[in-house]
Design a protein around this ligand. Structure first.
Ligand code: CAA
Length: 281
């Protein structure tokens, strides 16, 4: 058992806090307001309820897991953690600023990990005085269910840091797979062009939304069709990642589809806004 800190209580942050607490670690969960923290704790409670319903955990165990999570708005509470994982919104300035502040709060041995889906780990590491201890720890949504943690080594990330983070992911029962720090790493460099092409097919009328998703689900055995998955991830997130790929490689094959841009401009961001390629309650 060790102490870890998660900064950011959104979908990914609360999932990450939950899996560490489930595996027996004490977790400090930091966000900017008590309201954000209340929402995060409520979502963790719901996810644990689901696991209890499936009889994979008793109600008492779920209570113990919840008690291991200490929500706070104070960044200084990260002091004393062996590992800090940030899962704040995908903005380079925000993440760099946060890592710089954390660098001054935690001990010299602490590893600073980012759950970023596309921002350069090298650029994040360079914002701190410990680039050898800055690394990408890219969890997949929904965190309690998905097996993968993509581990991204920045230019100066040390072998020791990589090994420690792989061990931490494995202690959660996850499979850690390393990747180098290039735009989109492996996961989103492969996934996002597929989603983009599915949106292009929709725009061109190659098939309707159910047709495109049905072909990919039944034909390729994907658990969700690409349009459903885009709604699940968030269309703004998909657009942002495609922009990072397009800019990072300067290759037109990553150019975001015009329909994706139009959906985001309209505020139809997928599940989180109740409307994307599909409608949600
Ligand atoms: N917490 C706990 N358990 C959860 C959960 C959550 N938040 N969400 C789902 N589950 C559990 C369910 O209880 C269920 O358990 P059983 O197998 O014991 O029945 C299981 O997961 C499957 O859930 P459901 O039966 O409700 O629904 P499903 O079979 O349709 O599966 C899904 C849902 C797991 C999300 C599945 O559709 C899936 O794998 N989809 C693809 C997800 C994916 O690709 N994620 C990666 C996105 S990309 C990303 O995250 C990175 C990025 O940078 C953009």
């Amino acid at each position: 058992m060790s102490r870890i800190t998660v900064v950011g209580g959104g979908t990914m942050g609360n999932g990450i806090a939950q899996v560490f607490a489930t595996s027996g670690d004490e977790v400090v969960l930091i966000d900017v307001s008590p309201e954000c923290l209340d929402r995060a704790v409520a979502r963790i409670g719901k996810s644990l309820d689901r696991i209890v319903k499936k009889e994979r955990m008793t109600a008492e165990e779920a209570e113990t897991v919840k008690k291991r999570i200490r929500p706070t708005t104070e960044l200084e509470e990260a002091a004393g953690s062996t590992l800090v994982i940030e899962a704040v919104p995908e903005r380079l300035d925000l993440k760099r600023d946060l890592l710089k502040r954390l660098d001054g709060v935690v001990g010299p041995e602490t590893i600073l990990a980012s759950n970023t889906s596309s921002i350069s780990i090298t650029a994040l590491g360079a914002a701190t005085g410990r680039p050898d201890k800055v690394i990408g720890m890219h969890f997949m949504n929904p965190v309690p269910v998905m097996k993968l943690v993509e581990v991204i080594r920045g230019q100066d990330t040390s072998k020791e840091t990589t090994a420690a983070v792989i061990a931490a992911a494995e202690a959660l029962g996850k499979v850690a797979i390393p990747a180098q720090d290039y735009p989109g790493f492996v996961s989103n460099r492969v996934l996002m062009p597929m989603i983009n092409e599915a949106i292009q097919c929709l725009m061109e009328g190659v098939a309707d939304r159910e047709g495109i998703d049905g072909i990919m689900k039944l034909g390729m055995n994907h658990p969700m069709g690409p349009l459903t998955l885009a709604d699940f991830i968030g269309l703004d997130v998909c657009l942002h990642i495609l922009e990072v790929l397009y800019e990072g490689f300067g290759d037109p094959k990553y150019r975001p589809c015009a329909l994706l841009k139009r959906m985001v401009a309209a505020g139809h961001l997928g599940r989180k806004t109740g409307r994307g390629f599909y409608e949600y309650d």
